[in-house]
Ligand binder design. Structure first.
Ligand SMILES: *Cc1c(COP(=O)(O)O)cnc(C)c1O
Length: 643
């Protein structure tokens, strides 16, 4: 027997209860909360004085602008605040421990490359000289065209060809500080040759291979088998090569990246310690290092559990900064080395909070037959036996009742296969089966402890809520790496959620579903939701989706990009729609897979014209069909509500 987590409690529903159920206070970083009306609200992080804005109000505003669900909502204030917090936290810790240099961050463009995000980071980050980390020529060009301030860093990782290197060298002339981080020895001679022939002094960094093993999903990025970074002998080779070319003074930066989403602060500290060892020994070799770049890894607490488990983190931003600054200071002080500029490449923690995926529920399937079927004449003995179960259903015999109902159901299926029971009879037995399971569930709900074998019963009878979104397009990590995201209704939170459900998307893929949630701080296979009302849309939000989800998504079933809306909360407690991008039309997604919209339309027109010729449809009907077809081509790929 195990403790019954579904035991119904008699505490009346309250906003406090809603907070507890969905854990908002634990994952939302205070950006979101629930107001007394039961609406989910966004708090303006820039001024405490501004009253918050409810997500439902924003959704109503979208509807008026004919921006249909699903919508990816970006809240620009949150992005700004994340950058501010990162920079200010480092600044405070640096002041506190008396660190003799500064922090300078860069945003890794690969985490969310959308122009709206990159431009906002460039603009707001200018006051902190927040720069970019780029891993390709395309990202380099995005960085060069958006970064406003001189003095910001551009850190170039990845494989760099001659063109990439020329772009970087020229960036230095514009006043950026562009670092080539050497990841493989092949790029070294190209950098030396190009900079000499262009007469531009390069800023060079080296990426050291980290042996600190980290826990969490991305652990394999680190350790001896990491595909990234130079081994010790390769590092020495770089030093000697640069020395030979009188360019050792160009080696200014050490780069280390342990991996993304590092849940345990202990791993961060050991990584920094290892980095400091490389740093001080490279200095001993004559390099004049002045920058230590610790890469990404600052985690997001998706589950809100504050644990060292992969989807969470056991530290605060402040602790993260303290561990880094303190470790560097202590280690380098012992060596008598001056303090370098501290660089980090936080991506996930900077952009995750800013985006929310909003969608409406299209349909609900309950596994609950409305009524017990009438005992008809000449019913099969097995069906009679099944019905008998209700006469001995009580807590003491609950396991037996469950076993019996399964047994009779299986027997009936066997007889159906052999033609001894017909479809109508089988349908009666199926209804009866679900009725009995629900009676069993009702008895279980009253029990303190439940037999282990019956623990999954309540969850297996959960509803399926069909959401207007594609998991593959909008939440690829949920499918690919079992990433958990906080999911909850954005309104009606003053009502008790009386249903338990899993979520299915509108692709016709059986993997297009979500059945792992965090409820009351525990992982759960179902999510508490409200009964939907026939005349009212029911909206859910998936939170913390700003990092890594947007361009990893694919066109499964040809569901395209969703509408994207950026809002900015203002000091008066209102908000402005600052940017909007309409999602893909059907024509768009077809052209991505190489259909030519013009040809498609022409072929369709020819087909209906032929039908007119053959007298199967009238010319008027022809036009009607062409109009419908063309309107569909222009339409949204998701479920559209009739206007
Ligand atoms: C992906 C990546 C990052 C970003 O890591 P986060 O954990 O998202 O902050 C930073 N640096 C490098 C080199 C990366 O590859």
């Amino acid at each position: 027997m195990i403790k019954n987590k579904f035991k119904q409690n008699s505490i009346p529903w309250s906003i406090e209860q809603a907070n507890k159920t969905y854990g908002i206070e634990h994952w939302s970083n205070h950006y979101f909360s629930i107001d007394y009306n039961g609406d989910l609200i966004v708090n303006n992080p820039n001024t405490l004085k501004a009253s918050p804005v409810s997500l439902k109000t924003i959704i109503d505003g979208m509807r008026e602008r004919e921006l249909e669900m699903p919508v990816l909502l970006r809240i620009e204030n949150i992005l700004d605040e994340s950058i501010r917090l990162l920079n200010e936290s480092f600044r405070q810790v640096i002041d506190k421990v008396g660190y003799q240099n500064r922090y300078q961050g860069v945003y890794p463009i690969k985490v969310n490359q959308q122009a709206q995000i990159v431009e906002e980071i460039a603009q707001f980050g200018a006051q902190y000289q927040h720069g970019f980390e780029v891993g390709s020529k395309a990202e380099m060009i995005a960085a060069l065209s958006t970064l406003e301030t001189s003095g910001s860093l551009i850190i170039c990782n990845g494989y760099k060809d001659q063109e990439f290197i020329e772009l970087g060298l020229e960036a230095n002339k514009l006043g950026y500080k562009c670092f080539f981080v050497i990841e493989t020895l092949t790029e070294l001679p190209i950098i030396v040759e190009r900079s000499q022939s262009l007469g531009i002094r390069p800023h060079i960094g080296v990426r050291a291979k980290m042996t600190t093993k980290v826990s969490g999903h991305w652990g394999a990025t680190s350790g001896d088998r990491s595909v990234f970074g130079l081994s010790s002998s390769q590092l020495i080779y770089v030093v000697d090569y640069l020395k030979q070319h009188q360019m050792l003074d160009c080696l200014e930066l050490l780069h280390c990246h342990l991996g993304s989403q590092i849940p345990n602060i202990h791993d961060i500290r050991s990584g920094v310690l290892e980095a400091c060892r490389y740093y001080s020994d490279l200095c001993k070799e004559g390099a004049q290092l002045d920058f230590i770049d610790l890469g990404g890894g600052l985690a997001v607490d998706y589950t809100g559990r504050q644990s060292a488990n992969g989807q969470s983190r056991n530290y605060s931003l402040n602790e993260y900064c303290e561990n880094i600054v303190d470790t560097i200071k202590t280690t380098l002080d012992q060596q008598g080395l001056s303090h370098p500029v501290i660089v980090t490449e936080s991506g996930r923690a900077v952009v995750a909070y800013t985006s929310v995926l909003l969608f409406n529920i299209l349909d609900v399937v309950h596994f609950e037959p409305p009524n017990m079927p009438e005992p008809g004449d000449n019913q099969h003995q097995l069906i009679k036996n099944m019905r008998e179960i209700l006469t001995y259903l009580k807590p003491q015999r609950i396991q037996e009742c469950f076993n019996d109902v399964q047994f009779y159901r299986d027997e009936i299926h066997e007889l159906f296969k052999r033609g001894q029971i017909d479809l109508r009879m089988r349908s009666v037995s199926e209804t009866l089966y679900f009725c009995i399971l629900h009676r069993i569930k009702a008895v279980l709900a009253e029990m303190e402890r439940v037999p282990e074998a019956l623990e999954g019963l309540t969850e297996s009878l959960a509803d399926i809520y069909y959401g207007n979104f594609s998991l593959f397009q909008s939440l690829p990590d949920s499918w690919a790496i079992d990433q958990l995201f906080p999911i909850m209704p954005v309104h009606r939170l003053n009502e008790a959620p009386t249903r338990r459900a899993i979520l299915a998307d509108i692709t016709c893929d059986c993997d297009g579903k979500i059945e792992r949630f965090v409820v009351e701080g525990q992982e759960s296979r179902t999510l508490p939701l409200h009964e939907i009302k026939p005349e009212e849309d029911y909206y859910l939000g998936v939170f913390l989706v700003g990092a890594y989800q947007e361009t990893l998504g694919d066109l499964h079933n040809l569901f395209g990009d969703t509408n994207v809306v950026s809002v900015r909360l203002n000091a008066e407690g209102g908000f402005d729609f600052v940017k909007e991008v309409h999602g893909d039309s059907i024509e768009d997604v077809l052209s991505y897979v190489e259909y030519q919209p013009y040809d498609i339309k022409k072929r369709f027109r020819n087909k209906v014209e032929a039908a007119v010729r053959e007298g199967r449809i009238s010319a008027k009907e022809r036009q009607q069909m062409i109009n419908t077809f063309n309107a569909s081509m222009q339409g949204y790929t998701y479920y559209e509500k009739p206007l």
